[in-house]
Structures are given as structure tokens and as C-alpha cells.
Write a protein that binds this ligand. Sequence first.
Ligand code: ADP
Ligand code: MG
Length: 352
Amino acid sequence: MKLKHLMSGLLALSLLAGCTGGIAPSPTPSVSQEMEAHNKDTFAMDTLMSFTAYGPQGQAAVETAAKEVVKLDQLLSVTGEDSEVWALNHAQGQPTVMGEDALALLTAAQALGRATDGALDVTLYPLVKAWGFTTGSYQIPGKDTIAALLENTGYDEIAIDGDTVTLPQGMEVDFGALAKGYAGEKCVKLLREQGVTSAILRLSGNIQTIGAKPDGSPWRIAIRDPESINNSDYLGVLELVDQAAVTSGNYERYFEYDGVRYCHIMDPSTGAPTQNPLTSVTIVGPSGTACDGLSTALFVMGRDRALEYWRSAGGFEVILVEQDKNVWITPGLADQFSLKDGLGYTLNILEE
Ligand code: ADP
Ligand code: MG
């Protein structure tokens, strides 16, 4: 099964050359021997990840990063029966000792849950399952089922005491909205510790960069066009230096019924897939974990609430894409983002 995932991942990657996760076409810089590129691809967290680091420490560093994401996947997987998350979800209300990474994620998840007024809620797993997003056997649960399942959610009910975590019986935690961002951020730390000063890590729609390219120019990544039929086209190019960029979109995993699209980002206030005119949200900032959590949360919020949140919280930049082909970017990205011509999108730069 893993192999099948890997193959479809590889196929998707080749189709998507140049899309989110890919580097947009740009002249190849001439690099000196010391700044040679070192690559490592790995399959973890249900996705193909691709790491590139420059310089003499590069190869060892990307190998370390690849091992780290596999380790994190084993610890944090909601379906792996020997993961810490599995242990927590099956503890029947009993206290569970958790490791450093799971604790860091639980703490970040609660903080982001509070900050976003619950738009990010890592306890929605029973609903994610009920709608069929874990198996692909999609269905629309009845109102009563949804109401009953919502009773068993609420990120604030996760009790953390030192290294011990207690989850009320019936509740389940799922780090799907945060784990890749956390993994990317952790890998950046590992790479820096090994002396890497120039790197790009692609974990599906999550990008983490260290420094600039070896020639000093910014990394150029492509943001996917949410409307592109086979996801092969890109919306525009985003330049990054020392930043993470994470995209959540309604095209990642979804089903359609009676002309309505149901995507894998759930609205905690309804217990149903988020319905609003947004088609994708990209967050740019220093922390991969925060960018990942916020890309999911701001998608749930919809444009107006998302922008209100950006204005009050700050510390990150946003690209919002809407069904009517309007693209909204925060002013900090005005010099970093350029829209691709000919796709019919309109770029709107927001005011401070
Ligand atoms: P992707 O997995 O495509 O990177 P996201 O980061 O947006 O996308 O995370 C979506 C995943 O997070 C879902 O598959 C589900 O497991 C979980 N999830 C869905 N809705 C929410 C939510 N409102 N808060 C927290 N986790 C969510
Ligand atoms: Mg996310």
C-alpha cells in the first residue's frame, strides 16, 4: 500500500513540476564546488518529501532530516498502532506519558486553537472519519451523528501536566493539520545545527527554507492554481528567504456530491467540511508549525475573519485565493509574490 502511495506521489510530483512544493523555473545559478546541492527524497506522513541542502555538510544533513521525518511520522501517526498518538487515542481516559515532540505539538495545537477561536481543533478526528476522509469511502453523515460526534471534540479538553496527557474518553487527537509544518521546522533546526546555511525542504504543500540560494537570490516556489484541473498549473511565484510557506487548499482531498465540493478541512462550528469561497490559503512566516496550523485555521475562517485575524495577530503574511479568481495578498508580500499571466486571476494587495 505504501508503494502504491509512493508511486502515485512520484507520478504527481512529475506532473506537478513547478507547482507548490516545486521550484519555479529560474536560471540555474553557477555554484562553486563548496556549495554543491545535496538531495534526499523520502516518503513520510503520506506524502513525498524532498530535501535539498547546499555546502559540504549538505548530504549528511539531508540524510539526518529524512530520518527525522520518518521518526516523527512513526511517533505522530494517527493510524500507526505503535505511535504515541495512537496510545493517547486509545488510553480510554487514562493518563499517557508522551515524548517531547508530541508534547510540543499538543501545546502548539492548544495555543493555536485558542488564538484562532477554535478554527484549528486537533480533536476533530471522529468527524474526519465519519465523512470518510480517512478511508476514501466518502459519505454525508446525518445531523444527529454530527451533533453526537461534536460532543466528543474540543482542543481545550486535552489536559497536559508535565509529560503526561489525559484525553477524555471518546476523544481523538489528529495532527494532520500541523505535523508536516512541525516536521519541517524541526528539520530546519537540525540542518542549521549541522552548519547548513542554504537549503529548501519540500514536504508536500509545506516549504521551509534556510537562508537564500547559494548565489544569494531568494528561493522561488510556485503556488498551485487551485482551479487547475489536474493540479498541474501554478498560480504564481513566491520568493522566500529563511521562511516557511504552507498552503492549505480545497483541492487536496475532497469529494463532490450534488455539485457541492466537500474538502478535508473541517469547520469545527458545524462538524462539516468548510464551505466558503476560499480555494486556498498560503501562510508565510518564520515557524513551520504556526504556518501549517494557520493555513488550516484561516481556511476555516473564510476571507473576512482571516484578514481580521491577520490584522490583530500579525507576525505572518497571507495569500488568499477565492473561487471568483481574486487573489488577496498582505502588503509584506507585495515584492515577494508575482501572479502568473493568462490564468484570469486578479491580484489585490491589502492595506496594512
Ligand atoms: P494538508 O494535509 O493538505 O497539508 P492541512 O494542513 O490543512 O492540509 O490539514 C488538514 C488535515 O487536518 C485534515 O486531513 C484533518 O486530518 C485535519 N483537520 C481538518 N480540519 C481541521 C481543523 N479545523 N483543525 C485541525 N485539524 C483539522
Ligand atoms: Mg495545516
